[in-house]
Design a protein around this ligand. Structure first.
Ligand code: BG6
Length: 306
């Protein structure tokens, strides 16, 4: 047995819950596989990243790059990567990676339970957070993943250092969709956004959002759920807590080609809607304070009209 398989077996021995949670090696790394009432989520310990989430009615809800490979030192594209402790490019640049540095860190398993209406897994990111060369602060970072009627992720940051720091972050969810040109996003009507492709003032749109080109927006002052209506029948609802901002992103054709890990026509079959603390919604944490960012995702099939 190789080292990864042995590590997965050791985690299995300690945390396995019959029929609800076990560990395995997938995409070249260790993953936890959670089940609940026919729903299933695969979570990589690299990055604490949910890779897939499926329900019996809707099939796969998240998009994952066909090139997904763990353990390469690069973030995997797809699922729900965690952007922390900054969202997007760092304002000071200087070789700091976009979206922070925990996407490639190994997260430790804290506990797993299957009581009540959900299978839960709690992870902690400890490796390299304190004393990171690009981040002169200390924090405790926990992620609770609950798979029940919905898939919910709660990311808690506690400032364990002696001085305050500002945090921007996102639960960067990649949703799998049938065709980007027929998607409709509701709940963003009249909400003002920073257009990252044309950052001159705030913009807004009166109706539901439809996508026909590259889109990269940070919606501000958003506190109500958003729905993605896909194909005629599938509806994905995203409800957020601890957040007043969200990111809507699709790289379209040219940027996809530059990214190199979108697969053939990948942009057509994904849309990112990211529960965030970004833009003016940055969070300041005084010593000892903590903040929890939550996204709750539900997917359903709508009855045909008439
Ligand atoms: C989005 C940003 O959240 O993530 C985009 O708004 C960015 O600007 C995208 O291109 C992907 O980022 P990365 O680092 O995963 O390639």
């Amino acid at each position: 047995m190789d080292a990864l398989t042995l590590d997965a077996a050791a985690l299995d021995e300690r945390f396995r819950i019959a029929d609800r949670l076990h560990f395995a090696v997938l995409h070249g790394g260790i993953v936890a596989i959670l089940s609940h009432d026919g729903a299933r989520a695969v979570v990589a310990l690299q990055g604490g990243q949910v890779l897939t989430y499926s329900t019996p009615d809707c099939g796969e809800v998240l998009w994952l790059s066909p090139q997904a490979k763990l353990g390469t030192g690069k973030a995997v594209r797809g699922g729900i990567p965690i952007c922390w402790p900054w969202f997007g490019p760092h304002p000071e640049g200087g070789g700091r990676p976009a979206h922070g540095f925990v996407r490639t860190q190994f997260w430790r398993v804290v506990c797993a339970t299957a009581a009540g209406a959900a299978t839960r897994l709690t992870l902690a990111c400890e490796e390299g957070v304190d004393g990171h060369p690009h981040w002169p602060h200390s924090a405790r970072l926990h992620l609770e993943i609950a798979l029940g009627r919905t898939l919910s992720l709660s990311l808690t940051t506690q400032n364990t250092g002696p001085s305050a720091f500002e945090l921007t972050q996102a639960l960067h969810s990649y949703f799998r969709i049938a065709d980007i040109t027929s998607v409709e996003v509701r709940g963003l009507e009249t909400v003002r956004f920073i257009d990252q492709l044309d950052p001159a003032g705030l913009k807004s749109e009166p109706g539901p959002v439809r996508i026909s080109g590259e889109v990269d927006r940070i919606y501000q002052s958003l506190t109500t759920p958003v729905t993605i209506r896909d194909d005629p029948a599938r509806l994905i609802e995203i409800a957020s807590r601890g957040s007043a901002s969200a990111v809507l992103w699709n790289p379209w054709i040219e940027k996809s080609a530059r990214l190199g890990d979108m697969g053939c026509d990948g942009y057509r079959h994904m849309l990112c809607f990211e529960t965030a603390n970004a833009g003016a919604d940055a969070v300041t944490l005084a010593p000892g304070e903590s903040h929890t960012l939550t996204t709750a995702i539900s997917a359903s099939v709508q009855a045909p009209p008439g």
